[in-house]
Design a protein around this ligand. Structure first.
Ligand code: NA7
Length: 546
């Protein structure tokens, strides 16, 4: 049970949702500042994404030394990452360590989901319904529910017919051994599928990969972190973190100033090759300044990577199917894999392109396309998430005007800084849509958002104010900023979960601010310094924000 004391009237200062990276830092930051806090977490323990996504090969594609909290110097000195890209189990162990070290579990009720939340304007508080039937009342409601925590429905008929073993990467509940010697069908080739497929192929009798859109997959080049490198990083951690906070992506920047087409073809290729060896988000995608804004420049990187696929994959027909041809490199989330393309050289792995033969239905033991019937004993779904809005709509939010969040956002997401949304007073989103979350080392974005929220709450408290809300004008301006920023990039040309296109019927809005973590931080800091323009504090609108 939640052990946070509440006032006699049963009203807690803050109701927090989720005990992943966001929720834990929220609990720590706000309770340290003297707010009472009641957190609710659907899972049985801390971890969020890293609690649920336990599929084989699951690891973060941001390097561990950056994908971790920076708020406490002693914490970052005492924790030692073993690998360049930490596997899921190690990240979960880290999150557990943080929860223990700062005694954070006492602030949460586990196994309990927030399913309804209604703003009570008369009493200036949120009435929050839980899936156990109870109601809690809180002055503020803050979502740390994450952006990729609501699995997408499988939108192909016939899934219910399949009677074999069935598992999703996002709620993995079997062991790899359960797939041993089975004919396994894997649907989905985003980051999750790309990480899982090579390991499943090592144990399965046969793996049939069903690919809808080929992705750019670069070798992760994961490795043990040498002790000397760890020591060197630790000795400079505060400076490294500061660099991350002001960087484009929340990791130390490899600033690119050259434009791809200004460089002779031979040299360009040499540079791509060197960057390919580096890998990570500072690899090929960071080699030239214009790769995400100029289609011709992008083509040079795309073609370099196409050639890599053709070099690795021995069967030319399979290689051609794996070559990404429907989007520019980087416009959809790039993947980092280990032996991904090499896996298609195994005799027990085959590839089905759903562009050529879409799934028509499933039977008890097969996937049926117009061309073939693919028998399978087990089905692995790696089909992704109803990103950002899925988790938020799951909270059942009803705002000041009595409308549900999904109705207010029926034509697309509208937020102020990706943190607040008009008509939902005292409600905050950590790493929400239209924040830099989607295009950043999200832990940096989380810390920044939590600190900004805490500062705004403190600002209101010092003034004796109890209600803060984004103004419609502030929000319009922010939506405009996010749209103009993305319109100048190739992200705008590509259908992906970044813009909600992976979920049928979801209105198309780009879900992130892609102007950079550092620039975003500067804007947020400036807004705070100016007394929060774009926010109404106890009904007093400040001047226009942006
Ligand atoms: P992603 O990246 O959304 O990938 C999902 C994959 O599943 C992708 O290849 C989809 O093809 C495919 N998909 C989705 N629905 C279907 C259906 N109905 N039929 C066939 N194929 C389908 O999710 P991940 O879990 O891999 O990664 C999510 C993020 O986690 C990732 O971006 C990182 O940020 C970490 P599509 O491309 O839509 O054609």
């Amino acid at each position: 049970m939640n052990s946070t004391p509440t006032a006699d009237n049963g009203i807690v200062d803050v109701i927090g949702v989720g005990a992943g990276f966001s929720g834990l830092y929220l609990a720590h930051r706000l309770t340290t500042a003297g707010w009472s806090f009641a957190g609710f977490e659907a899972g049985p323990d801390v971890g969020g994404t890293w609690f649920w996504n336990t599929y084989p090969g699951a690891r973060c594609d941001v390097e561990s030394i950056y994908y971790s909290y920076s708020f406490d110097e002693a914490l970052q000195q005492e924790w030692t990452w073993s690998q360049r890209f930490a596997p899921q189990a190690e990240i979960l162990a880290y999150i557990n360590h943080v929860a223990d070290r700062f005694d954070l579990r006492k602030h949460f009720t586990f196994g309990t989901r927030v399913v309804a939340a209604t703003w009570n304007a008369a009493e200036r508080l949120w009435e929050v319904g839980l899936d156990n039937g109870e109601t809690r009342r809180g002055r503020y409601l803050i979502s740390g529910a994450g952006g990729l925590s609501t699995p997408k429905d499988f939108d192909v008929p016939g899934l219910g017919n399949f009677t074999g073993l069935q598992v999703s990467t996002s709620s993995w509940n079997i062991s790899l051994d359960d797939l041993a010697d089975k004919r396994v069908a894997v649907i989905g080739t985003g980051s999750s599928g790309v990480q899982a497929i090579p390991l499943i192929a090592q144990v399965a009798e046969h793996v049939t990969v069903f690919q809808r859109t080929p992705n750019y997959v670069m070798p992760a080049r994961n490795a043990e972190l040498p002790a000397a490198q760890v020591e060197s990083i630790k000795s400079e951690y505060p400076a490294i973190r500061e660099e991350c906070r002001h960087s484009p992506g929340g990791i130390p920047d490899r600033p690119a100033t050259d434009r791809a087409l200004d460089v002779p073809a031979e040299e360009r290729r040499r540079r791509y090759e060197r960057a390919y060896q580096l890998s990570g988000f500072n690899g090929v995608g960071a080699e030239f300044a214009d790769l995400l804004v100029d289609a011709e420049a992008n083509r040079t990187a795309s073609e370099f990577l196409h050639d890599k696929i053709r070099e690795i994959v021995r069967d030319p027909a399979t290689a051609e199917l794996l070559v990404p041809k429907y989007h520019p490199f980087g416009a959809k989330r790039s993947c980092f894999g280990t032996d991904y393309y090499e896996t298609f050289n195994r005799p027990n792995v085959s590839l089905v392109s759903l562009r050529e033969e879409p799934i028509e239905t499933m039977t008890a033991n097969a996937i049926v396309t117009p061309k073939n019937t693919y028998e399978a004993d087990a089905l692995v779904l790696a089909i992704g998430f109803d990103a950002f809005t899925g988790p938020l709509y799951g909270l059942g939010l009803t705002g000041a005007s009595g409308r549900k969040l999904q109705d207010v956002w029926q034509d697309g997401v509208r937020t102020y800084l990706g943190i607040m949304t008009a008509d939902f007073p005292n409600f905050f989103m950590v790493a929400g849509p239209q924040s830099p979350a989607l295009a950043s080392n999200v832990v940096m974005t989380i810390e920044q958002a939590v600190d900004w929220i805490a500062d705004l709450m403190e600002h209101a408290r010092e003034r004796g104010a109890t209600v803060v809300e984004a103004t419609a004008e502030g929000q319009d301006d922010w939506v405009d900023v996010t749209e103009k920023t993305v319109a100048a990039t190739l992200y705008a040309t590509t259908e992906s979960w970044y813009r909600g296109s992976n979920v049928a019927g979801k209105p198309s809005t780009f879900m992130g601010y892609v102007g950079g973590v550092g620039k975003y931080r500067r804007m947020c800091t400036e807004i705070a310094k100016r007394g929060y323009p774009g926010v109404e504090i106890d009904g007093q609108a400040q001047c226009r924000a942006l």
